[in-house]
Design a protein around this ligand. Structure first.
Ligand SMILES: *[C@@H]1O[C@H](CO)[C@@H](O)[C@H](O)[C@H]1NC(C)=O
Ligand SMILES: *[C@@H]1O[C@H](CO)[C@@H](O)[C@H](O)[C@H]1NC(C)=O
Ligand SMILES: *[C@@H]1O[C@H](CO)[C@@H](O)[C@H](O)[C@H]1NC(C)=O
Ligand SMILES: *[C@@H]1O[C@H](CO)[C@@H](O)[C@H](O)[C@H]1NC(C)=O
Length: 375
């Protein structure tokens, strides 16, 4: 070092044996990396660059942390609050009779018509409750008779256990088992627990619909396939934030095994849905077992809607449990769905009009519904 310095000392304006490299020294790399030679512009550039990098690191860390945030879902002590079962099953519901809000080719009938011996569209025995579409009218050219029931009781949280013996399916059908507060939609939210269209070979779809400010873009623990992440009805043509289950979570495949239990837990931490096929129902959900069910012992959910980017408590309020079988309408009846995706014949409304016997597979049958609340 000292030798090299001595060699070029004559080039310095002010002799300084231990000073900076002289500006004329032809070793640009050394010059560039020595702050003592930087112009003000370079220094500003370096400082700005450093700040940008620092901000990027902090933002990255915050986003990374956010993406990994996850609710505790700690164990709650659930106790049985309501049981819907037996011959009085349908006494706990209002029958919706208005114009179908989903533009279906359907007439929702009142309790008197539904329970008449002529139609028998809702029927409850000591062992199960059935809700079905009319299979007798061979020229239902203004829409086919069906049923939409809504629980008189409203809920603001809980563990909802639907013991399902048969799910409806078939061309033109759009069945759903869901919760909402119809007059206050979407402000009070909607939780679709079981929903499918037509042949339902794609499996069950679980979906939330909300007002603005509810997204499922953070860490989730679920076995289902994420479809869309923004639950706000103003995005994705009101598709909601959906999760798709595999084929055997609905329709013929689920029914052939005797159905199963769909359990939906709704709490401030989030909303989760599990499906237990008939042969693998956890002991804490077995019928006649009055144990306190413990979702934390059930393993990974089929669908998980955590509260990390959605204030569940403010987006889901005063929900009634609703079960219905719509026909055609804004989902099942769309050409892209009815024909293209699901391979159904002709038009949806023609099918509904004249194919009465095709609706023999279009029925819900439930062993019971149970609602547990956390103490
Ligand atoms: C109504 O439907 C139930 C369930 O399928 C059946 O058991 C019952 O016999 C039917 N009642 C009449 C009057 O058809
Ligand atoms: C979403 O909800 C708002 C508020 O009720 C309503 O005005 C709007 O039409 C809805 N949009 C869709 C696509 O449903
Ligand atoms: C929920 O329902 C209760 C009982 O009908 C009512 O008093 C309350 O105002 C409702 N909550 C909201 C936010 O509308
Ligand atoms: C009635 O159902 C059968 C069997 O799926 C189908 O071939 C036929 O096209 C349907 N009829 C109408 C009018 O949709």
């Amino acid at each position: 070092m000292s030798g090299r310095h001595a060699d070029r000392s004559h080039l310095k304006a002010q002799p300084d044996p231990y000073g900076a490299e002289p500006p004329s020294y032809n070793q640009s790399t050394g010059l560039r990396w020595d702050p003592r030679n930087w112009t003000r512009g370079v220094i500003v550039g370096v400082v700005v660059g450093a700040v940008v990098i620092l901000v990027a690191i902090v933002v990255g860390a915050v986003l990374g942390t956010r993406a990994n945030e996850y609710p505790s879902y700690s164990k709650l002590a659930y106790s049985l609050q309501d049981t819907y079962s037996g011959t009085s099953f349908f006494d706990n519901f209002d029958y919706f009779t208005g114009y179908d809000p989903s533009s279906g080719f359907v007439h929702y009938v009142d309790a008197q018509v539904a329970t008449s011996t002529q139609y028998n569209l809702t029927y409850a025995s000591s062992s199960s409750a059935v809700l079905r579409v009319d299979t007798t009218d061979t020229n239902a050219n203004t829409g086919r008779y069906s049923v939409r029931i809504s629980s008189k009781k409203q809920y603001n949280s809980g563990l909802f256990v639907f013991d399902i013996l048969n799910t409806p399916y078939g061309c033109s059908t759009w069945p759903a088992l869901w919760l909402t507060d119809p007059p206050n939609w979407p402000a009070h939210g909607e939780i679709d627990v079981v929903e499918a269209v037509n042949g339902a070979t794609a499996g069950n779809q679980m979906t939330l619909h909300t007002s603005n400010g509810c997204k499922m873009d953070r860490k989730r623990k679920e076995t289902g396939t994420v479809l869309t992440k923004n639950c706000w009805n103003g995005t994705d043509s009101n598709a909601g934030c959906g999760v798709q289950g595999p084929q055997d979570t609905y329709g013929a495949a689920l029914n052939s095994n005797g159905g199963g239990i769909y359990a939906m837990e709704w709490r401030s931490d989030g909303i989760r849905v599990w499906l237990f096929p008939r042969t693998s129902i956890p002991t804490d959900l077995a019928s006649g077992n009055d144990a306190s069910p413990d979702p934390s012992s059930w393993g990974t959910a089929l669908a998980d809607f955590p509260s990390t980017d959605c204030d569940i408590s403010s987006h889901f309020i005063n929900q009634s449990i609703i079960a219905n079988i719509d026909l055609c309408g804004t989902w099942a009846g769309q050409t892209s769905v009815y024909n293209t995706q699901d391979g159904c014949p002709g038009t949806c409304t023609e099918f509904v009009t004249s194919n009465a016997t095709a609706f023999k597979t279009a029925y819900w049958e439930w062993a019971s519904w149970r609602v547990y609340s956390a103490s």
